[in-house]
Design a protein around this ligand. Sequence first.
Ligand code: ADP
Ligand code: MG
Length: 282
Amino acid sequence: MNNTENMQAPHVIIKNVDKVFSSGDKEVIALKEINLTIYNGEFVAILGPSGCGKSTLLNAIAGFSLPTSGRVYANGAEVTRPGPDRGMVFQEYALFPWMTVAENIAFGLEIKKLPKQIIKEKVDALLAKLQLLDFRDRFPKDLSGGMKQRVAIARVLALDPPMMLMDEPFGALDALTRRTMQDELLRIWMELKKTVIFVTHGIEESIYLADRVVVMTYRPGTIKQIVPVELSRPREVSSPRFIYLQKEITSLVMEEQMRFRNEEIRDSGGNVSARDESEQVP
Ligand code: ADP
Ligand code: MG
């Protein structure tokens, strides 16, 4: 299923966004002329190598960090700060270590001062939805990475935002746990019909999950190409179409790495050893 029936109305509009970071006399153009519209209920993956500006783009949508120029709109309103309509899930879980699983999930609801009984019902429902019922009284330190990420997702879902922003949420998980979490996320997305913007550097992961894969360039971070994935779900990673898309996107990413390498060689006067090794495309 592609959730296409919900995809008429734009949810996020990114217009001519540039982001420049200056540190000392160095300037990094993290984003340049980004234009992108994401529709209600859509699952979009932002794909690119480390350092290409994925988090910067997500943070601009989240309102954590504003563009140097250009504008971001969410539901028609310009984004100027974080808001409860945009839930963020980070790679590093960001759970409160002194709170149990249930307390972590309840946290946002308590801030909203909802009645105790309502909070309990919501937390119970989320524990069930994320298959965390047996873990409700554990502390984060006693959980595996996958379990911690379930709690992080439940905590965001507690506030029922129409949009989830996810910054390499499964990047630290082993391959098996990652696939389980991808399937869980798809199940939740299909059930709750949220807009998901999912940052990853995993080509396979992006094709497995997304309706569209936004492939970014490196330095400056621009949109190189948007690849629609018109495969029904659950997706079969060994299907010919999946493999075709994987090849196509891999060659886009490789092309980008070659371009960047050639520019580096040119800028260093052909002296490859003059390259700063720390700035290689990983
Ligand atoms: P990605 O998430 O794709 O790995 P980022 O968005 O984190 O990339 O970073 C894009 C570029 O912007 C990188 O070159 C990074 O070093 C730079 N950058 C990101 N945040 C800052 C910051 N707060 N100050 C200076 N440079 C930054
Ligand atoms: Mg990042």
